[in-house]
Design a binder for this molecule. Structure first.
Ligand SMILES: C[S@@+](CC[C@H](N)C(=O)[O-])C[C@H]1O[C@@H](n2cnc3c(N)ncnc32)[C@H](O)[C@@H]1O
Length: 423
């Protein structure tokens, strides 16, 4: 970071522009050419600044509001937002304000707003840090808060929002011994067998990365395969497999796994991950609905709203408005019905989504059981290490929420069910 962060701050404001102005998810915006031009350190800093500013956006905007007569153009607003976040969370006032003023001055279209930028940020320096701590934890938007409050009660939604605001630790899925990996990387072993690391780390610098001793996967995301319990020699199909965390777990068990995904780009990550971990799987780039054959087990990790991943993707509620979820729910139902046709007699199906919406979890399984009374949910199979039996739902699935393990950093929201076809 040769310039003490000027480039990273400008890039972070650019990322906010894409997320808030163009409704592009941050994970996609990170591929922009201005990000690729940065060195590793600046890229990581820009990503962190944009992520944390978006996580705190409600607070940031509340702090600035009294100092702005009307919202400035988005490019200036975003520079102010990044600077306000930094100033309210311990950033050095002189450097932050100077950088913001010079960023606004560097652009012909905004240079006349240098004075305003300076004036607003001086007030933020005075009042912001004290006000920051008094403000409420940022809330989910109404379109998401309403269905979640209905499902879990508003008190639990408040607990979920607190976990979202705290952010997520890094979880690793060990290929071998979890306790040994926890020692090697300075992490802790979770009750479900993942290794958790607090604080910012460079993933590729962690012990065992090159040797493929682990892969990054939230502790909740590792549970569908723990519940599936693949066995050596079984023939298993992993529908919607990219970027491949679950494919790797199945491959590590010695089962013969076929991974299917429509995205060639995401499938490339599965290939790289398998290669690093020295694991093998048969990979097919194609539509899960076109798959044929008979399998001992099917894993369907269906495309969904991803509302369970907000603590890692705080931009999601700002980019989405729920309007496309109906289509996803319909697709999940079709995929589930198709997945059943791939089961051998006596076969098992694990369905999961990283969603908090019952429409993408509990309701899907209720509908499937109505259409296929021969199928049964297996509650006993859900009771793997670390799973609290109170998380098991009425229809026999597992509901995981971000506020579970809140003191230890939470977990992704997930729904998981295991269905058995009669022999
Ligand atoms: C939730 S992600 C899967 C995560 C993955 N199972 C893992 O553990 O890393 C959903 C995936 O579904 C894929 N997808 C969407 N529609 C699909 C379809 N019709 N057939 C196959 N894959 C599809 C997307 O490309 C995306 O990679």
């Amino acid at each position: 970071m040769a310039d003490n962060g000027v480039a990273a701050r400008r890039a972070a404001a650019g990322l906010l522009g894409q997320v808030l102005g163009e409704q592009v998810m941050l994970s996609e915006a990170l591929g922009a050419s201005y990000m690729q031009k940065l060195d590793y350190e600046d890229r990581a800093r820009a990503q962190r600044l944009a992520t944390e500013t978006l996580r705190s956006l409600e607070r940031v905007d509340r702090i600035m509001k009294p100092f702005l007569r009307k919202p400035p153009p988005l490019a200036v607003h975003n520079v102010l937002r990044i600077a306000t976040y930094e100033l309210c969370t311990g950033g050095a006032a002189h450097g932050v304000v100077n950088d913001a003023v010079s960023s606004v001055g560097a652009n012909k279209r905004t240079e006349k707003m240098k004075g305003l930028t300076n004036a607003v940020l001086r007030k933020v320096v005075d009042k912001g840090p004290e006000e920051w701590a008094k403000l409420r934890v940022p809330r989910l938007p109404k379109w998401l808060r309403a269905p979640l409050s209905l499902a879990y009660g508003s008190e639990n939604v408040g607990a979920i929002e607190r976990v979202h605001f705290a952010g997520a630790p890094l979880d690793l899925t060990p290929k071998g011994d979890g306790a040994a990996l926890a020692d090697a990387v300075g992490g802790t072993l979770t009750a479900t067998g993942s290794v958790r690391i607090e604080g910012a780390v460079q993933v590729s610098a962690l012990a065992g990365y090159a040797a493929g001793d682990w892969w990054v996967q939230d502790a909740a995301a590792a549970l569908p395969v723990a519940i599936l319990k693949p066995k050596s020699g079984e023939k298993i199909i992993d529908l919607c497999c990219a970027p491949g965390g679950k494919t790797m777990q199945i491959a590590a068990s010695g089962a013969e796994v076929t991974g299917v995904d429509t995205s060639d780009r995401r499938m490339q990550r599965v290939r790289e991950n398998l290669e690093r971990a020295k694991l093998s799987a048969d990979l097919v780039v194609g539509d899960a609905m076109e798959t044929r054959g008979q399998y001992d087990a099917v894993l369907l990790d269906a495309p969904c709203s991803a509302t369970g991943t907000i603590r890692r993707h705080p931009d999601l509620p700002l980019v989405k408005d729920g309007s496309e979820f109906g289509e996803l729910i319909e697709l999940q139902a079709q995929m589930l019905a198709h997945a059943v046709t791939l089961l051998k007699p006596g076969g098992r199906l694990v369905f999961c989504t990283c969603s908090l919406l019952p429409d993408e979890g509990e309701c899907q399984i209720e509908d499937l059981l109505e259409a296929h009374p021969e199928l049964e949910t297996d509650r006993e199979a859900l009771k793997v290490d670390g799973v609290d039996p109170v998380w098991i739902t009425q229809e026999g699935g597992l509901r995981l929420r971000p506020d579970y393990w809140a003191e230890q950093g939470g977990m992704d929201g997930f729904y998981i069910a295991l269905l058995r076809k009669p022999a």
